[in-house]
Design a protein around this ligand. Structure first.
Ligand code: SF4
Length: 422
């Protein structure tokens, strides 16, 4: 009798409950892999389910870390060894390969099939597109097969991502390939930065993790503002474009009440007003590019022509000082020519060098800025303070005028005079 025929399927009464309800369940997926006929990972998935059931019963986790890597790399593999290997021997090692996704998450079906074949050959068959880190997570392989799986993935053009105190795998939104409000070439920005600093990803030498994320517009589809240490967010500088015929058509369709309740009054800076003849007025100086009106009235409104990106530093999830949103450090960086993209890479280098030299161990850059203060950080990276960096200019009592833009213009005039005098 084959091992498959003699294998005892672990009963999983606790896990079975997770299959109730309307949503797809990961338990169903694991069982499907367990029940695959003639697949060598079926036994591994059976023992994985057994161990998980054991954990649910005892309310304890039984995985421990360790050290597993591939030749020439210091990170990218998340090792998992079972503490109950005597009970569940086939899943005693269940390591994960973090693999960098293509910029913009563009795949061909052929590449996806090749990935599945590789993981059926060398791993558990279980792949997650994509983990919170942005990586493709190839979950579940033995120490022995880790190098083989990596070599095969490398042969089809993929590389490991980051783990530990290192530059981490980056993400960019689907971008200008499919999105009409994309404001720069996200894919070019993503690859220019990550390719330049790949060593920092594969050989962890930072005080802690450092993440880049690239979103083509302020809708921020890759959650860069609150997840990335260095967020590149597409924006525009000139006036937004308004097609008044489309505005009228929209108002005719939804009615003036809906338009006022759901578009005009939802503008956070009251930059919009509706005229009696159903045309729209936009106070572009007050618009903070939140994207709300553009999202609602796609045909009528679109970003201006002078496009680029804002750079925000210091976003992260909880740790020492709690969750942080990124702070605007460069309000507008043009991203048009090759030279502009080189400037982005140089800025990234400056910020990473500052982080490597000044952050404490296990401290994200947002926490370093919190510790030393924004003025010291700006001085260290050679960026002058700018009124656009004021977090809530229209509500801050330290900005002593209703017209923030006017005050900002005065600041820039003063600054230009000082620079000319120097
Ligand atoms: Fe107002 Fe946002 Fe529209 Fe700008 S993008 S006008 S801030 S709703």
């Amino acid at each position: 009798m084959s091992a498959e025929e003699t294998r005892k399927v672990h009963s999983t009464p606790n896990l079975d409950q997770l299959e109730d309800g309307p949503w797809p369940s990961f338990v169903t997926g694991l069982k499907r892999l367990r029940d695959s006929k003639g697949k060598k990972y079926a036994g591994m998935m059976n023992d994985l389910l057994g161990q998980l059931e054991h954990s649910y019963t005892n309310r304890l986790g039984y995985w421990k870390g360790g050290t597993v890597s591939v030749f020439g790399y210091g990170g990218g593999i998340i090792p998992r060894f079972s503490e109950v290997a005597d009970k569940f021997p086939e899943s005693k090692e269940f390591h994960t390969l973090r693999v960098q996704p293509p910029a913009g998450l563009h795949y061909t079906t052929d590449i996806l099939r090749q990935m599945c074949d590789i993981w059926e050959e060398h791993g558990s068959g279980l792949i997650a597109f994509h983990g919170q880190s942005g990586d493709i997570m190839f979950q579940g392989t033995s120490t022995e097969n880790t190098q083989r799986a990596f070599d095969a993935l490398n042969d089809i053009g993929f590389d490991l991502g980051g783990a530990g105190p290192a530059l981490r795998t980056s993400m960019s939104c689907v971008g200008h390939a499919r999105c009409e409000v994309s404001m720069y070439d996200e894919i070019k920005a993503h690859r220019s930065v990550i390719n330049e600093f790949l060593d920092e990803m594969h050989r962890p030498a930072f005080p802690y993790k450092f993440k880049f994320k690239f979103s083509g517009c302020p809708n921020d589809c890759v959650n860069a503002i609150h997840r990335a240490d260095f967020a590149v967010i597409g924006t525009w500088k000139d006036d937004m474009k308004v097609d008044q015929d489309e505005v009228k058509a929209y108002v005719g369709e939804v009615g003036r009440k809906y338009m006022i309740d759901s578009v005009i009054s939802m503008c956070p800076t009251r930059a919009l007003s509706l005229n009696d003849d159903d045309t729209l007025e936009v106070d572009n100086k007050s618009c903070v590019r939140c994207m709300h009106c553009l999202n609602v009235m796609k045909k009528a409104l679109s970003p201006g022509d002078e496009r680029g990106a804002s750079i925000l530093i210091g976003g992260k999830r909880s740790l020492k000082v709690g969750d942080l949103m990124g702070t605007v450090v460069i309000p507008f960086l043009p991203l048009d020519t090759d030279e502009d993209y080189e400037n982005l890479v140089e800025l990234a280098r400056t910020v990473m060098e500052f982080f490597a030299e000044n952050a404490l161990e296990h401290e994200r850059i947002g926490e370093t800025i919190d510790r030393i203060g924004m003025p010291a950080f700006l001085e260290a990276i050679g960026v002058n303070p700018d009124p656009n960096m004021v977090k809530h200019p229209r509500t801050s009592s330290y900005v002593r005028t209703d017209d923030f833009t006017e005050e900002a213009e005065k600041y820039f005039e003063r600054k230009a005079r000082t620079e000319a005098a120097e």
